[in-house]
Write a protein that binds this ligand. Structure first.
Ligand SMILES: Cc1cc2nc3c(=O)[nH]c(=O)nc-3n(C[C@H](O)[C@H](O)[C@H](O)COP(=O)(O)OP(=O)(O)OC[C@H]3O[C@@H](n4cnc5c(N)ncnc54)[C@H](O)[C@@H]3O)c2cc1C
Length: 429
């Protein structure tokens, strides 16, 4: 029997898991459905608790050099008035920065590290996992190529399914789950090379749930000094609750479809319509998630990242939670080195309840709740913000979400890496 840990999916979660397990001395093999890894997507945030795990793998310098450290997050009204702002990353007292980065750059960085450390011969592109089962003390995978042709089966000690929101492995255990659920919000996402705004390190959320604009810098272009690559998400909520097309991160859109919704949003310090107009391309994506599962682990197979807990992209948690899963998985398998099934069970106890809480909190708007409250209480503006919402109310919403998502400053700064087996001895649950 092969003692390899098989990983389905070479996205952010799968590649991070491969690197983390490999560093711990556990042999891995990755199967990715796509025939090539293209730098797809737009911006993504890696929160300090996940950056810490990159640091553990020696990847912090690469992450820093590819992205932009986010120092502040500001919530604003649709007129650009500030409701709440808070320091982020190092400025907030964390020992690790928050990094905003292009998803493609992040995936490429992980792939390059994996190629160097693990070897490309263990990363099989164009290998889609179609079936998976536990047989005694091993797992067996059926694999197909991009044309649907059968490839030789794979065998290993465990399977970690990091195959994203449309996970084929999840479907084996939950065949009746159906498509992800949609909350009626449509997101137009793009990246524009534009003059920097504010200090060049600030993430902005403006508006309210019906119409929202989010932007943050994710990089630079040497040939355009004074400009930054600015990621944006323009969001609108519609009445429909059934998707006409399956969501896909690669569906292009026309900026004129949503530009009129934001036409008046020039705040002086940030010109939203100009930013949208300078985007090279725009993609449309619906806001979807799935209900938390009662169980991730079946025999020697478990789920990780979006396959386990797809969540609304609120609070910048999608990629970060996948990274935390991966590190915790390594720590738990090391803590139960002689009993991998106990290791998987420990991993699930560690990660399933906490990620389910985030899925639910994001449905309730998570840390963006003040934007809704201010719009409801003062849709036509205000003289003093204090008349609309108190500082205490704002603080308690922000603190509550940070606690929930596991990124409270003191706790993160004090605890060891999640890949440390001492964190996961059995006595602490
Ligand atoms: C193309 C793409 C673009 C994205 N762009 C953004 C973005 O701009 N902003 C954002 O916030 N989030 C984006 N996401 C989602 C984001 O990457 C995830 O929410 C988060 O990083 C968690 O990562 P994950 O590894 O669990 O899932 P993903 O990053 O979705 O990775 C899943 C991987 O599994 C592969 N796969 C799927 N099915 C199989 C199978 N049966 N067998 C083997 N491999 C399989 C997929 O090709 C993919 O590489 C994008 C996802 C994708 C796939």
């Amino acid at each position: 029997m092969s003692d390899e840990i098989l990983i389905a999916g070479a996205g952010i979660g799968g590649l991070f898991a491969a690197l983390s397990l490999h560093r711990a001395g556990l042999p891995v093999r990755v199967f990715e459905a796509a025939p090539t890894i293209e730098p797809l997507g737009v911006g993504i945030n890696v929160l300090p608790h996940a950056v810490r795990e990159f640091d553990e793998l020696g990847l912090l310098p690469a992450l820093r050099s590819q992205g932009v450290a986010c120092r502040e997050l500001a919530y604003c009204t649709k007129r650009g008035e500030r409701i709440w702002s808070e320091p982020r990353g190092l400025a907030a007292g964390y020992r690790w920065p928050q990094i905003s980065i292009h998803r493609g750059a992040l995936q490429t960085l992980l792939l390059e590290a994996a190629a160097k450390r693990i070897g490309l011969d263990r990363i099989h592109l164009g290998h889609r996992v179609s079936e998976a089962r536990t047989a005694g003390d091993e797992v067996r995978l059926s694999l197909v190529d991009p044309e649907g042709g059968r490839l030789p089966d794979a065998r290993g000690r465990l399977l970690v399914a990091a195959d994203g929101i449309h996970s084929a492995v999840r479907r084996i255990f939950y065949p009746d789950e159906g498509p992800p659920s949609w909350n009626g919000a449509v997101m137009w996402r793009g990246v524009a090379a534009a003059p920097g705004y504010l200090d060049g390190h600030t993430m902005i959320m403006a508006g309210h749930p019906e119409r929202k604009f989010v932007c943050y810098p994710i990089g630079h272009r040497a040939e355009q000094p004074g400009h930054q690559l600015i990621n944006f998400v323009a969001e609108r909520r519609v009445e429909a609750t059934e998707l006409e097309e399956r969501e896909d991160w690669t569906r292009r859109a026309d900026p004129n479809d949503f530009l009129p919704l934001f036409e008046g949003w020039n705040f002086g310090w940030l010109d939203v319509p100009a930013l949208i107009r300078s985007a090279e391309s725009v993609w449309i994506y619906p806001m979807v998630d799935r209900d938390p599962l009662p169980r991730w682990t079946h025999g020697r197979i478990t789920l990780l990242g979006d396959a386990a807990h797809p969540m609304y992209p609120i609070g910048s948690n999608g990629a970060s939670q996948a990274v935390l899963d991966a590190s915790a998985l390594t720590g738990c398998l090391l803590a139960h080195a002689h009993d991998p099934e106990a290791g998987l069970a420990r991993y699930e106890r560690a990660r399933r309840p906490s990620t389910a809480q985030i899925v639910k909190a994001n449905r309730g708007m998570g840390p963006e709740l003040p934007m809704l409250l201010v719009e409801e209480r003062a849709p036509d503006g205000f003289e003093s913000l204090e008349d609309v919402i108190s500082h205490e109310e704002l603080q308690s919403i922000a603190d509550h979400y940070k606690q929930l998502a596991g990124f409270s400053v003191a706790e993160l700064n004090a605890r060891p890496s999640l890949s440390d087996p001492r964190t996961w001895s059995d006595d602490d649950d």
